[in-house]
Design a protein around this ligand. Structure first.
Ligand SMILES: Nc1ncnc2c1ncn2[C@@H]1O[C@H](COP(=O)(O)OP(=O)(O)OP(=O)(O)O)[C@@H](O)[C@H]1O
Length: 268
């Protein structure tokens, strides 16, 4: 049997902090994500969600435990990983076409082929006709579409998404969530999607992982048995969705309270 695409077991990350002490950001974290699975990760602010992603992406080495991608220990940035962050990586001095073509170009694809692939993805994310525009000529939602095309054009097997839609207004965010689900449905990519928004987590994911207050470890895992394809705006109004929301929030709330109490303690 093929190994899971992403596997963390007892993963721990410590950072040196001031005065020679050590800060544990992630402790003993176990998480497995298979091909074609969409996992959302929620947790209190600063608990260690982004750090968890950085272990998978190879941007940070684990201090202890196992982090594997595609069955191999992560020692550097693994192949086939696509990222999307809150602030997008769209280059202001490049046209939409050249922005989307830059990933394949960087990987050695010839210019004409890279541009053809980019044009295809620009159409898939609904931006046909905007190929020659520059980012400053686009709305925030359109720039997110460019970022999505930029991420997907390399056909990543693993998608790491760190609050990618949090800067968008509510309506645009819902549109982008639908768009992401539509595009992901045509792939076998494994997704880890970090968000503060429980609605977003439940609407998108197969599983919602609740992290503890810092240091991050897995507190609870909730299966989301909602049928696909999903239309996120309609889904939110269903009894099933609201029931799940209450369960996940019950688990998350105690961690948010802990984080707040500590924050208040530190500020005092
Ligand atoms: N490179 C680093 N060096 C030192 N400490 C770090 C580093 N990266 C993260 N940390 C610390 O690790 C902890 C977890 O940070 P992280 O960004 O992973 O949390 P988060 O859950 O993603 O936060 P948020 O919800 O606010 O986005 C924080 O205390 C942070 O200061």
């Amino acid at each position: 049997m093929a190994p899971p695409l992403i596997e963390l077991a007892g993963a721990t990350k410590r950072f040196p902090s001031g005065s020679g002490s050590v800060h544990t950001a992630v402790r003993d974290l176990d998480l497995t994500v298979g091909e074609g699975e969409f996992v959302a990760v929620v947790g209190p602010t600063g608990c260690g969600k982004s750090t968890t992603l950085s272990l998978v992406s190879g941007l940070q080495p684990a201090s202890a435990g196992m982090v594997r991608v595609n069955g191999a220990d992560v020692r550097s940035i693994p192949d086939g990983v696509g990222y999307m962050f809150q602030t997008d990586a769209v280059m202001p001095w490049r046209s939409v076409l050249d922005n989307v073509a830059s990933g394949p170009r960087f990987r050695g694809v010839r210019k004409a082929e890279a541009r053809a692939r980019a044009a295809d993805w620009i159409e898939r994310v609904g931006l046909k006709g905007f190929e020659k525009y520059y980012p400053h000529q686009l709305s925030g939602g359109m720039r997110k579409r460019v970022a999505l095309a930029q991420t997907l054009v390399t056909s990543p097997r693993i998608l790491l998404m760190d609050e990618p839609f949090s800067a968008l207004d509510v309506q645009t965010r819902a549109l982008m969530q639908d768009e992401l689900l539509r595009l992901w449905a045509g792939s076998d990519a494994a997704v880890i999607f970090v968000t503060h928004d429980l609605d977003e987590a439940i609407a998108l994911a197969d599983r919602v992982v609740v992290m503890t207050a810092s240091p991050a470890t897995v507190k609870d895992v909730f299966e989301v048995p909602l049928p696909r394809p999903r239309a996120v705006e309609e889904l939110r109004l269903t009894e099933e969705f609201m029931g799940l929301y209450r369960q996940v929030w019950e688990s998350l709330r105690t961690e948010v309270d802990k984080a707040r109490e500590r924050g208040a303690g530190n500020a005092a």
